[in-house]
Design a protein around this ligand. Sequence first.
Ligand code: 6PG
Length: 470
Amino acid sequence: MSLLKLSDIGIVGLGVMGENLALNLHRNGFTVSGYDLEQPKRDSFAQRTGAAAPRSLQELVAGLGAPRVLLLMVPAGTAVDDVLAGLRPLQAAGDIVIDGGNTRFTDTQRRMAELADTGILYVGAGVSGGEEGALRGPAIMPGGDARAWPRIKPILQAISARTEDGQPCCDWIGPGASGHYVKMVHNGIEYADMQMICEAYFVMQELLGMQAREMGGVFAEWNRGELSSYLIGITADILAHQDPETGKPLVDLIVDTAEQKGTGKWASQAALDLGVTAPTIADAVFARTVSAVRAERAVAAEVLSGPQARFAGDRDAFVEKIRRALLAAKVCAYAQGFQLLAAADREYGWDLPFGTIAGLWRAGCIIRARLLEDIRGAYARAPQLANLLVDAQFARMMADSHQALRDVVATAAQHGVAVPAFMSALSYYDSYRSRRLPANLLQAQRDYFGAHTYQRLDRAGKFHTKWTAG
Ligand code: 6PG
């Protein structure tokens, strides 16, 4: 009989995220073992964490205390299926598998269906916070088989970030693929948030001629107020960073093409699938795609004309307008994200705890921001809030800031500076608050060419008109 202590949890996938989570678990008193297909990763893991790094999945599973808890930190996609297939013969009913990757929620749904008759308890957990978060405390969004929760709760809550009021940034999200869905929406908001910050920077640079260092100071200042957030903070750091070789701001030397792994695209696709209006999230994805065609843009810049105007207003006053515009646009993006969650909740019957979700995004994750405390409060007041924008506090916030958003969008448009996320946030706000939209004409057009019928304001029923005499 082996005298070796059985591990509390086994990690499969020893990249930086897996390794850092292992260190975090170890620091919190859990015994961990880890496995990776690649031997150098196993060696480095064993060296860095002091934990066991068995040479096979079989050994890994054999070294776990029952019911066995396995955390998969492998790249989303077929690698997860491969690991699950490898684990399957080694597992017994009651064992728990947590997929902690950025998995598409439809894959989690499929895997749960495939494991349904096995008694294995499957959990899809969104994990946010990057490498640093994994080490120091990420936000964790677990969902799936609720029978797993009592066993994994003390582990996941121990390693998660904590809010200022001491709450763990990890709570049970709901059944099915809800955990990964919530992480996908987190990333959709992350895309919008990042793009809007980039637009604020771009307007300051292009319109006001500000330099990176000065803008860094502006973001640092904003980070002390209502915009305070992780993304604003890192933006201040980035803008202040000098390239040691050239002495120039490093940001000025970085190629302006953004890459993406797909989570923002999935969020936008999910919004389209459910008929949810989330244009700012989608525009943030499109902003990356247009940035990616850099060579085409260079040609178009020679061919296409734009305005020649130079900004002539009060610079400091305009910087303050950008700050308020950013706040207004950010509220609109969050509203869209929560609308998407609400639609998914109705579609899949998850009974999502919106207030809890906002609460656990307050620390550890990439979109952590002061604003999330207010969002949590809004959902605590009205768990079935129709839209964040109609909460009294947020309606007031928008009343105070929508004019600044208009001014920034209008000025940017007049000067030919592209601000797609700001523009789309404003259009979202104006569409959503419009008692009447021009869809009456659109219905008539559909009926004209396709006999799709329309409804009337003055009587019930469906109508079709022969629109021309001929
Ligand atoms: C997080 C991040 C993390 C990662 C995303 C972004 O919450 O920790 O969202 O998951 O940075 O995958 O990826 P892309 O920008 O490449 O799509």
